[in-house]
Design a protein around this ligand. Structure first.
Ligand code: GAR
Length: 201
């Protein structure tokens, strides 16, 4: 396999995508972002994609709030296949992944979650950590399976919770850790793909 490529799925401002794209530009990622897909039409991530010269696509998610319609997911699979990607990176994608995406890229979908999993699954994990009164939280990169934030853990970074932290300040500190952890883990995963020489989907 030459340099593996990946598709990015996200719903938000795209700071994790930016960290990945910058790492690619610096020649340190070992794999290439080939397409950016969002379920939010005006997501900052799509603007960022065009700034980096990477194709960006909006896919209308359908009527549900927490997942995509089967049609939307099928469209995403099609876009990823058209782009010829080897794996998928979720970067702030706020919907649960179902079939057919899981089936199309088995063991090849990565996510970053803003807590030390298995603690604080689900939404606004930094707020959950603050409310639980823990002295330390962090972020986790893991493989995506059919559960919510349950797949194999690839790596974690620890972040202290400080006495005067607000949800905002804690999330900002976790995000800074994410921007270092995610490119590092994506590079390791791409290396693993190259070594195992798994057949392309
Ligand atoms: C990140 O903090 C990420 O960990 C979180 O969304 C944020 C996206 O920020 N993801 C989740 O909570 C997934 N359950 P970004 O758009 O700036 O990368």
């Amino acid at each position: 396999m030459s340099m593996p490529s990946f598709g990015v799925l996200g719903s938000g401002k795209g700071s994790n995508f930016r960290a990945l794209a910058e790492s690619f530009k610096n020649g340190t990622l070992g794999c290439e972002p080939a397409v950016v897909i969002s379920d939010v039409e005006d997501a900052g991530m799509l603007t960022l994609a065009s700034e980096f010269g990477i194709p960006g696509r909006f896919v209308c998610p359908g009527p549900f709030r927490t997942k995509m319609s089967p049609e939307a997911e099928a469209e995403i699979v099609l876009l990823l296949r058209e782009a010829g990607v080897d794996f998928v990176v979720l970067a702030g994608f706020m919907r649960v992944i179902k079939e057919p995406l899981l089936q199309a890229f088995p063991g090849r979908i990565l996510n970053i979650h803003p807590s030390l999993l298995p603690l604080f699954r689900g939404l606004e994990s930094w707020r959950q950590a603050l409310e639980a009164g823990v002295s330390e939280t962090g972020c986790t990169v893991h493989l995506v399976d059919a559960g919510v934030d349950t797949g194999e853990i690839l790596g974690q970074s620890r972040v202290p919770v400080l006495p005067n932290d607000t949800a905002h300040s804690l999330h900002a500190r976790i995000q800074a850790a994410e921007h270092e952890l995610y490119p590092r883990m994506v590079r390791v995963f791409a290396e693993r793909l190259r070594k195992t020489k798994l057949p392309n989907h």
